[in-house]
Structures are given as C-alpha cells and as structure tokens.
Design a protein around this ligand. Structure first.
Ligand code: ZN
Length: 336
C-alpha cells in the first residue's frame, strides 16, 4: 500500500517542510542546520555562515532567511548552515579555531579523525557540500578587518562550471567581483569551503559584506538580498527582490599584503580607498612603538579590506588591494 507521501512524490509534488537540527561533530562543535524542502522539484542550494566565528553579518542574514523562506514558495531545497564554526563563534576568536589554532577555511575537505577544525570541515563536506548542487559561502571582514563588500569568482579552467559560477556572482549582485585564479584543483586538497564545492563540479561563490564584529543593517541586508536574487536566478523562488544596482567592478588583479613582523599595525588607508603604486598602506611597530616596517602598495588599486585593530602577528594579512579591469572570460585561464 502506498503512503500519501509516496503518492505525492509520484504526482511530482514533494512534502514541503522545514527541519532544523544539530549536525553532530563533537561536544561544543555541533552545527545548527536548517533544511528547507520546497513544494516542487529543483536544485539544492547550500548557504554556509560562520566559517569564521567572529563574522556576524552572514550569521544574522541566515537567521533572517530562515524566517522569510517558506517551503511552500520554494522549488528545490535550501540548506542553511547557521554557524559552521561553533567553537570560534562562542569563544569569539578571529581567524583560528580556539581548540586547534587552525583556520577552518584552510583545512577543507577535512578529516573525520582530524583536529576539531578538520572534523567540522569533514562534516560540512559530507553532509552539506556533497548533497548540494550550488554553494554560497558567506563571510565578512573578520573581527579585525574593515572591509568593503565583494564576492570571489573562482576560475577553475572548466568553462561550463566557471560560467555557471560567474552567473551566481552576477546574480548575487555585490558591486565588486574578485577574479580568483589561485584556488587548488585537487578535490582531496580543496583547502577552502567554496573550493570544495568547485572541485566537486558544483558552481560556488564566496561573498563578503560587513566586518569588525559590527552589526550593520545594510551589510546584513546586502547578504540577505543577494541570496534571494540567487534563488530567483536558479528559478527556486518567484519572490520579489530588487535587482542588483549596478554593473560590477571586476577585480582582475589582487594581492593580500601580509606582515613579516609581529607587533602593532597602524593603517594609513581606509576600506574602499583608491591608492597609487607605492602608497603607504600602514606601519608595523614593535611593542615599544618603534617602526619595524612600512608597507606599501605593490600596484595601484582599491583597498578591499584593511586591518583596523592593532595586534599583528608575522604571516597575517594587513590589507587586500585589488585593481579593476575589463570583464574577464570564463574561457581564459592564465594557469593552463
Ligand atoms: Zn571569513
């Protein structure tokens, strides 16, 4: 005898529902996930927030989306990872997990028997990324980073995948898109969350809006609206959402400037500022105030983010600078 549910499935309808649960990883690190299954068939979109636990705008955007997305109005499935890195979130750490000192967004696809960050990455890879057709990894400037909004478009050298990812970035609608040719291509060493999807053949983008641990309405709304535009682009909703305001600026060259010394950082630029080549980006001093380094722009460009709090350790970022250029082709990959 067939159940009502299977009859509905046979008729092409799905049991629309929303379920929230904790994905088990370890005590204190279980991951809150909501799955919204729509009333009709469609793709699965995964949204990941809180890979970095001091990045609050993505976490708040997903709290809102859980309230605004209704199963009845959805085709396909949305998976919301509300707080990927619970140890970092609850213990308020920047960049690194408090238990193992590892950056969760550098250990993908993770290991089931690894350190806590590696186990979190493994759970997200297996239970979220491998079940999804598309992925958006949502970030903002970390607790120490003053950031202007932008997204990353990864070019993998696979034209179809790259074009579908490019359309995701355009649909999301942030006004700056960084063309990223630097991600590894080995699925077993994917390193980054979004690249774990890309190396498994799934279109994926990373988006950034907000920073410095601040709760800013416009930064949260920008992420929420971007997700709604992607859902419309993928024909998963018909919800009314404003179009993205402008054609994007393509950042075709970028550099993350890192400190080679430990001490205090004094920035000399603001986010979104345009600087000429060799402009002073900031100074690193020792703990007595003596200047150790002056950091200068390697090329003319726009400050995408800059560290805005004093502590700096050797090897850590000071700022990211990007240079605009013409819209690049998905078929042009300088690496191959
Ligand atoms: Zn981040």
């Amino acid at each position: 005898m067939r159940t009502t549910a299977s009859l509905l499935l046979l008729a092409g309808a799905l049991p629309a529902q929303m379920t929230s649960r904790l994905l088990p990883v370890a005590p204190g690190a279980d991951i809150p996930i909501t799955t919204i299954q729509g009333a009709s068939a469609g793709p699965t979109l995964a949204l990941v927030a809180g890979i970095h636990g001091y990045e609050y705008t993505p976490v708040l955007a997903l709290q809102r989306l859980r309230r605004t997305l209704t199963p009845g109005g959805l085709a396909g499935t949305v998976i919301l990872v509300h707080v990927a890195n619970m140890p970092s979130f609850l213990r308020r750490t920047v960049y690194y997990g408090p238990d193992d000192g590892k950056n969760l967004n550098r250990v993908f696809p993770g290991r089931p028997e690894g350190t806590l960050s590696e186990r979190i990455a493994h759970a997200i890879t297996r239970e979220v990324i491998e079940r999804a057709d598309y992925l958006i990894d949502l970030h903002c400037g970390d607790g120490n980073e003053s950031l202007r909004p932008y997204s990353y478009w990864m070019r993998t050298g696979k034209p179809d995948l790259d074009e579908r990812s490019r359309r995701l970035a355009l649909a999301f609608g942030l006004d700056h898109i960084v063309v990223d040719d630097e991600r590894p291509t080995d699925p077993a060493q994917s390193v980054y969350c979004s690249n774990t999807a890309a190396t498994r053949g799934k279109p994926a983008i990373t988006v950034e809006s907000g920073g410095l641990g601040l709760i800013e309405e416009d930064a949260v709304a920008r992420l929420e609206q971007g997700v709604l535009r992607v859902l419309r682009h993928l024909k998963m909703t018909r919800a009314a959402v404003a179009d993205q305001p402008v054609a994007p600026v393509w950042i075709v060259r970028n550099s993350v400037l890192r400190s080679d010394a430990t001490g205090l950082f004094y920035p000399a630029v603001r986010k979104d500022q345009d600087v000429p080549q060799d402009a002073l980006i900031g100074r690193v001093t020792d703990f007595f105030g003596n200047t150790l380094r002056e950091v200068r722009a390697p090329f003319a460009g726009r400050i995408l983010y800059v560290i805005a709090t004093p502590p700096i350790s050797a090897g850590e970022p000071l700022a990211m600078i990007g240079a605009p250029g013409p819209m690049p082709s998905p078929r042009t990959d300088p690496r191959r």
